[in-house]
Structure formats: structure tokens, C-alpha cells
Design a protein around this ligand. Structure first.
Ligand code: PEP
Length: 251
């Protein structure tokens, strides 16, 4: 399984920030490795990011509509993401679930649309602090996983990102044992549901990943990569995590 290091710029970035994409690209060219590197950017930056990435670094979107072209003002469909040069899309991020009231069913419909357009997907799940403190983390994540994936064979290059809400942008991290417990649960659920087709599905951890903690996270059982918010905005910070992943792949 190749390690995936994925960035999520969220609603950050004007054209001037595309220099960071150029810098990440140059670093990958200078240090070829078996690590897959992806940066998901706001829709306005996809075309410029794809140009700056020169086919070396993968560029993705941060959401797509479940619908196909039609009267949906402000929305962007999966075909449009592909047309702009994106190869991937993040779906079901907790910020969209919370701020845009995206239910598991909506996320599953978006995932189906992305799979149909051959976009690699990162499907996010994760519990709140209150759910964890009540001992419900595994159930919440298991239920979200089950209902956020459509009833069809998984699309190529699918990843599940476990992102506990209380760890996103807070600097607070679960322990490695907590991460391993949820990821083991996710892996078992995927195997049960998709049998052999589950094997290529990568499971990522996301939430306050930085160069300082990436080595330990990437060494945690069942972690196939990481989804990075804040530390993906500057090439220097992001490259440091990619560098750690390179060491892991080489070792
Ligand atoms: C995220 O929003 O996907 C994320 C992991 O953010 P951060 O790394 O900033 O916690």
C-alpha cells in the first residue's frame, strides 16, 4: 500500500499562494519516492494548481455536488472537477457536515458521483468530543462509514480519513492507541463489506498532523497516510511531513 500524504487548504488561498504548489512540486521532483502526494485546494485554484504541479503533484477539490450539470447555483459537479484537472476530491469533511448540514446520505450520493467520474475520493468520518467521552467513538465512526459509502463497488483510489472533530485545528491529538483502535475497526468493516475490493482502500488519520507528530502517526498500525489541514498551507511544513513519509516507504 503506497502512503498517501494529502493536504486540505480549506477556504485559504489566493492565486499568489500557488507558489507553494510550485515549491512542493520541486521538492517531489528532487526526491522521487513511492509516496503519493495530493493537495486539495479551493475550486478557484484548481486550474492554476494543476499547471503549477505539472503532473507531478496530484491536485484535488474539497467537495463536489451529488448532481450532474443543472440548475444548482454555486455548486460544482464531479465532471467539472475532472475538467479543471483535479484527480481527487475530499467528501464528507466535518466542516461540511456541520456547516452545510451534509448527512451521511448526502455524502454517499456525492461519493457515488465522484466514483462515476473516476475521481479518487477521501471520505471523512470522525466523532465529536462528547461522543468519545460517552464511549461511542467506534459506533459513531462505524455508522458514519457504513452510511457514507454508496451501495456499489468502491471506486479506484478510495481513502477513508478518520478525523476526530476535537483534533481538527486544535493541536489536541488522540493517542496512537485511540487512532489504531478506530482504524482497526474501519479496516474490519471495509473488509466485511467489500471483501477483496477493500484491500486497496487506504485509511488515513487527520487532525493536527504536523512534522513533529507525523513520524509517530505514520508508524501507527493501519495508518496508510495522513490528511493535513493547517500544516499543508506552507510548502516547508508540508514537505517536512512528506519527507517523513518517504523515510517510512523506504524503510
Ligand atoms: C482537516 O481539516 O482535514 C485537518 C486535518 O485540519 P488540521 O490538520 O488543521 O487539524
Amino acid at each position: 500500500m503506497r502512503t498517501l500524504i494529502a493536504g486540505n487548504w480549506k477556504m485559504h488561498g489566493l492565486q499568489a499562494r500557488l507558489g507553494e504548489i510550485g515549491a512542493i512540486t520541486r521538492s517531489i521532483v528532487a526526491h522521487p519516492s513511492a509516496v503519493d502526494v495530493l493537495v486539495c485546494v479551493p475550486a478557484t485554484l484548481i486550474t492554476g494548481a494543476v499547471q503549477a504541479a505539472g503532473g507531478v503533484l496530484q491536485i484535488g477539490g474539497e467537495d463536489c455536488s451529488a448532481a450532474e450539470a443543472g440548475p444548482f447555483t454555486g455548486d460544482i459537479d464531479a465532471a467539472m472537477l475532472r475538467d479543471a484537472g483535479a484527480t481527487s476530491v475530499i467528501l464528507g469533511h466535518s466542516e461540511r457536515r456541520q456547516n452545510h448540514h451534509e448527512t451521511d446520505a448526502i455524502v454517499a450520493a456525492k461519493v457515488a458521483a465522484a466514483w462515476q467520474h473516476d475521481l479518487a475520493t477521501i471520505v471523512c468520518i470522525g466523532e465529536t468530543e462528547a461522543q468519545r467521552s460517552k464511549g461511542n467513538a467506534l459506533k459513531v465512526c462505524g455508522d458514519q462509514l457504513a452510511a457514507s459509502l454508496p451501495d456499489m463497488p468502491p471506486g479506484a483510489r478510495t481513502s477513508i480519513a478518520y478525523e476526530p472533530l476535537w483534533a481538527i485545528g486544535t493541536g489536541t491529538m488522540p493517542t496512537r492507541e485511540q487512532i489504531a483502535e478506530v482504524l482497526g475497526h474501519v479496516r474490519a468493516a471495509l473488509d466485511l463489506r467489500f471483501a477483496n475490493a477493500a484491500q486497496p482502500i487506504r485509511i488515513l488519520y487527520g487532525g493536527s498532523v504536523k512534522a513533529e507528530n507525523a513520524r509517530a502517526i505514520l508508524a501507527t498500525p493501519d495508518v496508510d497516510g495522513v490528511l493535513i489541514g493547517g500544516a499543508s498551507l506552507r510548502a516547508e511544513d508540508f514537505d517536512a511531513i512528506v519527507e517523513i513519509a518517504r523515510g517510512r516507504s523506504a524503510g
